[in-house]
Design a protein around this ligand. Structure first.
Ligand code: FAD
Length: 465
């Protein structure tokens, strides 16, 4: 596809993380873009509720940001995190490094700041028109229109329609475009809700400094639930409690200041002095739901494509939802040169991405158990050490699954999942057959790795994901 073949603007609904990046990528190629969002322009508005909400950015996301030429502007927003700092009940901590090479870190980044930089980047292109305070109500393919409602002061509530030129819906997990197309029977959709919700809290800085190690992702795993905290550039941390919705230890049971305080004193005693506004924030902050979105197909001919959370929202336990959404954008950009029509481009994009986003959805669910529970098991710690040793000895065949997902964008998610399953069996066998000194049999390791894992091939992102 070339800009000259496309006289009408490409419409992007949702100027969140994926929509803003996609606008910048397409504008870089010379396309005219109309980018809509229901929110006020974040370049002028304050961050939602004044709270700082952060995300983990890893190699797949960074690869896409580099492709858009925006990484230099994103860099100052990033805080490297070397590993998980596991907090036990008595206040003791253990660092579990994410990788074993210097650059194998993930980065904490503020959602609002990152989104603002991406919108500013898109706005640098004269071919991008930004339309805020426009809520998309529906796509109506039979009449070839998109319906919007204006939220801005003055014409609040006014509805209008726009012709449906190629439209990419990046309007997030609750996508209105998706809902309208599913209701019209054009797409099929399934949402699997987790029975655990989340709530964000703030660990403020002291004299501008982090009160916990500022280069780790902190976890308080308590088997059935967990608290995590990611650092912010202002010295604070955003903590997130993941907990069952109902039951004995649940959000439903934490319905008073006393119940909240007792729960935190019992389960996360070391955090109580660090969260001075615990009960006030807990009672005031929203309780979010988590789920996995499965959509099929992702597109309606060459007219509408859904990307990012709108097509494949996942639970956040692998820190990959945004990374996967950014990877969608990079994949679309890389496929543009190979297609003459939007229809074949959208079809190829969906065909190549769907197996990969299904794979990360499954791995993200598995990671919840790992984060809140398995990290505490000696067998997990032993097998992680064996995995690191195998990576050092057989780097062309064995890379721990977590590392494949977080640090190796050249390995598609589905391949990381497939190899990860084979590797898990190898690790279990080596762990079970440790010698008297507790050491794995490295001759056996070499045999199993060579027999069961083919060599990793350096594939380019464009051809694989
Ligand atoms: C608690 C939590 C923690 C997470 N942690 C991580 C992490 O560490 N790492 C990671 O990679 N991912 C993480 N994620 C996932 C990540 O937030 C999403 O995958 C990512 O935001 C998806 O980007 P998106 O652009 O598709 O959607 P969004 O970022 O949600 O953007 C959607 C945009 O569409 C706009 N919009 C919505 N409806 C309409 C409408 N009707 N009309 C017009 N505009 C509309 C919204 O205002 C918004 O700007 C986390 C998610 C949660 C819930």
């Amino acid at each position: 596809m070339k800009p000259a073949d496309q006289p009408q603007p490409v419409q992007i609904v949702g100027a969140g993380l994926a929509g803003a990046l996609l606008a910048a990528l397409l504008a870089r190629r010379g396309f005219n873009i109309a980018l809509y969002d229901r929110r006020p322009d974040p370049r002028h508005a304050r961050a939602e509720g004044g709270r700082s909400i952060n995300l983990a950015l890893a190699a797949r996301g960074i690869h896409a940001l580099q492709r858009a030429g925006v990484m230099q502007r994103v860099q100052p927003l990033l805080i490297p995190m070397r590993g998980r700092m596991v907090h036990d009940l008595s206040g003791g901590t253990t660092l579990q490094p994410y990788g074993q090479k210097e650059d194998e870190v993930i980065y904490s980044v503020g959602r609002a700041a990152l989104n603002r930089v991406l919108i500013e980047e898109a706005a640098r292109y004269p071919t991008v028109s930004l339309r805020f305070e426009e809520t998309c109500i529906a796509a109506v393919p039979e009449r070839n229109v998109l319906r919007f409602r204006r939220n801005s002061y003055g014409d609040n509530g006014v509805e209008h329609e726009l012709p449906l030129t190629p439209t990419i819906a990046t309007d997030g997990a609750g996508s209105a475009v998706r809902t309208s197309l599913v209701t019209a029977g054009q797409l099929t959709f399934r949402e699997e809700w987790l029975d655990h919700d989340y709530k964000e809290l703030t660990i403020p800085s002291r004299a501008g400094q982090h009160v916990l190690d500022g280069n780790s992702l902190h976890i308080w795993p308590r088997r059935g639930f967990m608290l995590i905290a990611l650092p912010n550039t202002d010295g604070s941390f955003t903590a997130t409690l993941f907990l069952a919705r109902t039951g004995e230890d649940s959000f439903a049971s934490l319905d008073s200041a006393r119940a909240i305080e007792n729960f935190f004193r019992r389960e996360f005693p070391d955090t109580v002095p660090l969260i001075p506004e615990l009960t006030r924030d807990f009672l005031a902050n929203p309780q979010g739901q988590l789920g996995t979105v499965h959509l099929d197909p992702w597109h309606l001919g060459g007219r509408i494509l859904l990307l990012g959370d709108a097509a494949h929202a996942i639970v956040p336990f692998h820190g990959q939802g945004m990374n996967a959404a950014f990877e969608d954008c990079a994949a679309l950009d890389s496929l543009l040169d190979q297609h003459d029509t939007w229809e074949s481009l959208f079809a190829e994009l969906a065909r190549s991405r769907q197996p990969n986003t299904e794979a990360i959805a499954a791995m993200a669910l598995e990671n919840y158990t790992e984060m809140r529970d398995t990290v505490l098991d000696p067998a997990f710690v032993r097998q992680k050490a064996i995995a690191m040793e195998l990576e050092r000895r057989f780097p062309e065949r064995f890379i721990p699954r977590y590392s494949m997902v977080m640090f190796h964008p050249e390995i598609p998610y589905a391949e990381a999942q497939r190899r990860g399953a084979v590797q898990a069996k190898i690790l279990a066998e080596l762990d079970a057959r440790r010698d008297a000194a507790g050491q794995p049999d490295l001759t056996l390791a070499g045999k199993l790795v060579n027999e069961q894992l083919g060599p990793l091939q350096a594939k380019t992102l464009s051809s694989t994901s």
